[in-house]
Design a protein around this ligand. Structure first.
Ligand code: HEM
Length: 252
């Protein structure tokens, strides 16, 4: 198998150089109408994802804080898991999209820095929040919420490890196959995030939460989670497909 190893900062999954976005034709005037429309569509989807993330995270925090302090173990776990998985990890994934508003003008090196800082902080909070509740419960994995949380936890840890090997792909190329590290990092990250969304849906579907927020509100939040999760995973899924195709082509 031919092993192609990217040099540091040359392996961006998106079309970026180290000094900023690749000229998409806007400056040279060569951008086609189709490309322009696609970019506007992607940017609009991205903006929608940010709105829906805020609209989902906020009610979860209000629910967790509804009885004030001292917080119960469930409230602490909700705050840590929801901020970790659905605010920070979501932003970490979106930060690599060329259509993402706040990160599109960042240099590649800063974009990657933002990605790993958000990813490690988010994963750390989500892992801590999960263990907080696991230690609080006498019986485990007896609900669909808990079972999906366990799958999300396993993939979050795996994706963190692969994130480290991808970050140092060039330096550690003798020990870890760089392409494999990156492909599995994307795959585990997408799975971790998707499973945490399913887990959140089951969390919000609990009767106590429905009674507090009313059923139509919970249904709307579930729809929001489905939409923003789909938007968040589009880009990494395309990136996963492209990279896998390249590896297969190189190995033939
Ligand atoms: C992505 C976000 C979330 C993650 C990763 C997560 C993770 C977990 C984990 C690991 C457990 C322990 C499972 C066990 O030991 O069997 C648990 C239990 C629990 N969680 Fe969450 N949680 C999340 C969001 C929520 C939300 C939003 C609520 C409620 C509003 C909630 C309410 C509960 C309750 C009541 C339990 C105990 C009953 C059960 O296991 O189903 N969680 N959660």
């Amino acid at each position: 198998m031919t092993s192609h190893v990217d040099k540091p900062n040359q392996s961006d999954p998106e079309a970026f150089t180290s000094t900023g976005p690749v000229d998409n034709g806007a400056k040279t005037g060569k951008q086609s109408e189709g490309d322009y429309r696609l970019q506007i569509f992607q940017s609009s989807l991205n903006a929608l994802a940010h709105i829906l993330i805020g609209a989902t995270v906020m009610p979860c925090l209000l629910y967790a804080l509804r009885n004030g302090v001292p917080l119960t173990a469930t409230s602490v776990h909700i705050i840590l898991c929801v901020i970790g998985h659905h605010l920070l990890m979501a932003e970490a994934i979106l930060s690599l999209s060329p259509a993402n508003g706040w990160s599109s003008r960042l240099r590649l090196v800063d974009k990657r820095r933002a990605h790993w800082i958000l990813m490690t902080t988010g994963s750390g909070m989500a892992i801590a929040g999960s263990f907080y509740k696991i230690l609080d419960k006498p019986v485990h994995w007896n609900t669909l919420h808990g079972q999906f949380a366990l799958v999300a936890l396993v993939f979050t840890v795996a994706s963190l490890f692969n994130g480290l090997t991808s970050h140092y792909a060039y330096e550690w190329r003798v020990v870890f196959n760089a392409n494999l590290s990156k492909i599995t990092h994307i795959c585990f990250g997408v799975l971790a995030y998707t499973m945490s969304s399913v887990c959140l849906i089951y969390g919000l579907d609990k009767q106590g939460v429905r009674n507090w927020a009313t059923s139509p509100v919970i249904d709307a939040l579930i729809a929001a989670i489905v939409i923003y999760t789909a938007i968040c995973i589009i880009n990494p899924t395309i990136s996963f497909y492209r990279k896998s195709k390249l590896v297969v082509k190189n190995s033939l």
